[in-house]
Design a protein around this ligand. Structure first.
Ligand code: ARG
Length: 291
């Protein structure tokens, strides 16, 4: 007896969106008046109203996708406050505060920590230099931690003490990708049920030293490896809810890779905010409540 000739189709896994709670900051005072990363060029004019319109589209998109977005008041003279990802790292109702590498951003720490305290978080004042979710990413129960340009290796030890979780240190080597969230996107942070491994990431291998590349390859064999072209347009600086992945429209290769894996890319252009060296993820801080 011969079996019917049925074409075997490779179907991408079904992705499930989880509701997120984010903190954002309207770029009312956005400009580029100093240089603390290779993208910032104060001589190039910035258009604050365009930055506001682009930011608004991101904000509206989060709401349309069913997420909850809180706002922190922008402070005049702190143009980088729009990049709320650097304002802290929050897990299980605890907010580990930021301690910025450069004086230009130091004054942002106060307003962020006050906001967290006013919203019921236990705030941990940091001793070590760290730039919040810019360099700390939660994947399953593990914290991936970046160093090399901003957050120090000592902050990796500190964040491990604060949250009592495994911390994996990764070394960034390319100054264009100075925060971990410019080189890794967490696509799905949920550790699968019943032995099904779901947690997954996308990353730009060349942004890391060899040892870190080996660690990433061993831990995430199913990761999406992004091309240099897509990395260079901040394609990885994206926000995922497990299904919808908000990315730059310029990251066309990454867009195709996401579709192949069953994710739903949503394209949002933050070109104006890229003049400050930030993108979608930089403008988004995840507020993880108590368990
Ligand atoms: N101008 C800001 C800085 O250099 C951009 C921060 C981008 N934030 C991020 N999470 N990658 O600090």
């Amino acid at each position: 007896m011969s079996l019917p000739n049925v074409a075997v189709e490779h179907t991408a896994p079904v992705r499930i969106a989880q509701r997120r709670t984010y903190l954002m900051c309207r770029p009312e005072h956005f400009t580029v008046s100093y240089t603390i990363n290779p993208w910032m060029e104060p001589a190039n004019p910035t258009d604050t109203s365009l930055a506001l319109r682009q930011w608004q589209t991101l904000y509206d998109t989060y709401l349309e996708l069913g997420h909850e977005v809180h706002l922190i008041d922008p402070v005049e003279g702190l143009p980088d406050m729009v990049y709320t990802a650097n304002g802290g790292f929050l897990i299980d109702g605890t907010a580990y505060g930021p301690k910025f590498r450069y004086q230009e951003r130091a004054a942002e720490a106060g307003p962020f920590m006050e906001w967290f305290a006013a919203h019921g978080y236990d705030v941990v004042e940091p001793v070590e230099v760290n730039e919040g979710e810019g360099d700390f990413l939660l994947v399953g129960d593990t914290i991936l931690a970046g160093t090399g340009f901003r957050s120090t290796g000592d902050s990796h030890r500190e964040v491990a003490e604060v949250f009592g979780r495994e911390v994996v240190s990764l070394q960034l080597v390319d100054p264009r990708f100075y925060h971990l969230d410019t080189a890794i996107a967490v696509l799905d942070p949920v550790e699968g049920d019943g032995g099904v491994e779901r947690a997954n990431i996308a990353y730009l291998p060349h942004a890391f030293d060899e040892r870190s590349q080996e660690i990433l390859a061993a831990r995430y064999p199913d990761a999406i490896l992004v091309s240099d072209d897509d990395g260079a347009v901040f394609g990885l600086n994206s926000a995922s809810d497990g299904r919808n992945v908000i990315i730059s429209p310029r990251a066309t290769g990454f867009e195709a890779q996401l579709r192949e894996r069953g994710y739903h890319p949503v394209l949002i252009d933050l070109s104006e905010l890229l003049l400050g060296g930030g993108g979608i993820k930089c403008c988004t801080l995840e507020l993880r409540g108590r368990r």
